[in-house]
Design a protein around this ligand. Structure first.
Ligand code: SF4
Ligand code: ZN
Length: 313
């Protein structure tokens, strides 16, 4: 099959949802345009922004860092070592190799050193690993961005991630979560920086193809904590539908966003609170670490207390 764009080279990537098939060079053009359109549509980034890119060592985040550099953004990578034996070491290696090849040095937060490696933190606090991981990551995204002067944090969530989350939120009618589901979460006060997802228009298959064709070496194994994550079931269900009706994922998410053009102001962060206590309108400083929070003590310090290590600083 010939590439549908240049009609010259052999097609390497088949995209039934776009009724297209591209050769590698034309696929890169397609991919770049999708990212540019995703950024433009909701003004995710300004060309002068210094962007803190959260990289896990997986394909999506490394592809995101690669394409943002290619688009000319000033970027730095943030790697959070989750303290998961074996997996975290292999992920860190991939991030360091990727960054080194581009003469970059990622900022590394080591959760073992911070006293909250995810497996131990989950065990001691009697919470799910992914819930603990979410709390800790949000905390360090904000802390590192604020302390180093980044106005925005970018993550590699793709269309498959966002539609799986949307399906889950709809099936359980999590209205609060639906209001906050958006490629853009605006800054919610001092120290709670803007969060963006520039790959929201691209599927997992498309980011994988981009990573492969660009020769990006990423960690291919799943996080071992993800085994029974319900989001995998939603992804599988959507993949079955997508196979029968290509383009459904994109229509599903874009249709949702049409009714939700503006994300709720200051979304995201209020979701940290799961203790049922009355929330505050404006963030205050955590009584233990000083980070912005809607409670007396931030979710991270409460977690650290449960893990039995005391306050952060
Ligand atoms: Fe964190 Fe869970 Fe994702 Fe693993 S699967 S990185 S524990 S959120
Ligand atoms: Zn705190």
């Amino acid at each position: 099959m010939k590439c549908k764009r240049c009609r010259n080279a052999a097609a390497a990537v088949d995209l039934p949802s776009h009724h297209a098939a591209f050769c590698p060079d034309c696929f890169f053009v397609f991919f770049r345009r999708q990212v540019e359109e995703g950024i433009r549509k909701f003004s995710l980034l300004d060309s002068r922004d210094r962007v803190l890119v959260c990289v896990s060592g997986g394909k999506d985040s490394l592809v995101l860092w690669d394409i943002l550099m290619e688009l000319g953004y000033e970027t730095e990578g943030l790697y959070i070592d989750l303290g998961i034996d074996g997996y975290s070491d292999r992920s860190r290696e991939k991030v360091l190799a990727f960054a080194g090849a581009r003469r970059k040095e990622p900022i590394v937060v080591d959760l073992r050193r911070e006293g909250v490696p995810i497996p131990e933190a989950a065990r001691n606090s009697r919470k799910e690993e992914c819930s603990v991981c979410g709390t800790v990551k949000r905390y360090f995204f904000n802390r590192v961005a604020a302390s180093r002067g980044f106005p925005v944090v970018a993550t590699g969530h793709n269309l498959d991630d966002e539609t799986a989350r949307l399906l889950g939120n709809l099936l359980h009618w999590h209205r609060e979560h639906l209001e906050r589901q958006h490629p853009l979460l605006p800054e919610a006060g001092e120290g709670l920086v803007r969060k963006v997802k520039p790959l929201w228009r691209l599927s997992e298959m498309e980011t994988a193809a981009y990573g492969f064709l660009k020769g990006i070496d990423y960690v291919t194994e799943e996080c071992p904590m993800s085994e029974d994550a319900t989001s995998l079931a939603y992804k599988e269900a959507l993949s079955l539908i997508e196979e029968k009706m290509p383009g459904t994922r994109s229509k599903f998410y874009q249709g949702f966003l049409r009714g939700n053009e503006k994300p709720r102001d200051g979304g995201g962060e209020k979701g940290i609170r799961k203790d049922g206590a009355e929330g505050r309108e404006e963030p205050v400083h955590c009584s233990m670490c000083g980070a912005p929070t809607y409670a007396e003590t931030c979710a991270f310090c409460r977690l650290k207390e449960k893990v039995g290590k005391g306050a952060v600083r």
